[in-house]
Design a binder for this molecule. Sequence first.
Ligand code: NDP
Ligand code: TDO
Length: 299
Amino acid sequence: MKILLLGKGGQVGWELQRALAPLGELVALDHDRSHNPQGLHGDFSQPERLAETVAAVRPDVIVNAAAHTAVDRAESEPELARALNATSPGVLARCAAETGAWLLHYSTDYVFDGSGSAARDEDAPTAPLSVYGRTKLEGEQLIRASGCRHLILRTSWVYGARGGNFAKTMLRLAAERDRLTVIDDQIGAPTGADLLADLSAHLLRQVRQQPELGGTYHAVAAGEVSWHGYASFVIDWARRHGRELRVQAIDAVPTSAFPTPAQRPHNSRLSTARLQAAFGLVLPPWQQGVERMLAEVLG
Ligand SMILES: NC(=O)C1=CN([C@@H]2O[C@H](COP(=O)(O)OP(=O)(O)OC[C@H]3O[C@@H](n4cnc5c(N)ncnc54)[C@H](OP(=O)(O)O)[C@@H]3O)[C@@H](O)[C@H]2O)C=CC1
Ligand SMILES: Cc1cn([C@H]2C[C@H](O)[C@@H](COP(=O)(O)OP(=O)(O)O[C@H]3O[C@@H](C)C(=O)[C@@H](O)[C@H]3O)O2)c(=O)[nH]c1=O
């Protein structure tokens, strides 16, 4: 099978290069065409040009790991966020529908408003609170409307050994400051880019055999934690493994005490029951992957 991977340099894209390679021929692109084979276009700020790339590569599977993921910055650049998160996935979906290719795409817990405390399933009503969430939801909708064969994996709180993420921010701040202030009333599941990539490869193999398994799934690690609990876990693990950190206190605060340009959901719990049942999987607890990432990052 021939796979076109877009966004190869991101947290998930990096792990996908490893996980997808055994499935067949992989053409992996980033947004700078001077890095790409044959100068192929991979810049999502020019959505229509992605059709040229699909026509040139003629993939059996398109995997889209590119996105505008700077949640606060998206509030002040909604047009760019929309081009990356909605219009471009829509073009890829149209191409996939025309050629019969599969499209694998990633979405987010931020398509929900985060009310209540129950874990949401895939059919729960969406109501994004931010530009990022709204544009990611529009991307999902364009993919479904295109009629292409697709998998949309909604995930949350992604971290990887490569790239920036909350855990690495906390390690940096803990080395610089005496006190940290971290929100404790937003709850979710940190999910490893390596887990997502391995899952993606597994699902692609399966849907090629059983196309009826295509659709939208929640794909997050098991368990739940607040950002404050996550930060405390990371800092505690780093200390126990010999890292000297300056921080003396990690203050737990409500969202109202940590204002940000974008509003984020309080309840990011996603139910993975559908994914586990459809593909016969058991997802690992979030702590397992975070420890693996910390071991890699902290050496
Ligand atoms: N990070 C998270 O916490 C979560 C992510 N997701 C979703 O998972 C997917 C992967 O996210 P993740 O790997 O964490 O994101 P990253 O921010 O690590 O990677 C995003 C990728 O998009 C690329 N990109 C940025 N601008 C452009 C552009 N103009 N044209 C083409 N590519 C561009 C980046 O390239 P470069 O690095 O070269 O700029 C990078 O490869 C996304 O769909 C995201 O919405 C869902 C839930 C949580
Ligand atoms: C840096 C910092 C953040 N926070 C809060 C702000 C926010 O509510 C939460 C996480 O902040 P971040 O900006 O790191 O994370 P954020 O960019 O909101 O992470 C999100 O990214 C997108 C791409 C997704 O799809 C989501 O699933 C989610 O992972 O932690 C603190 O409480 N204290 C701090 O010192």
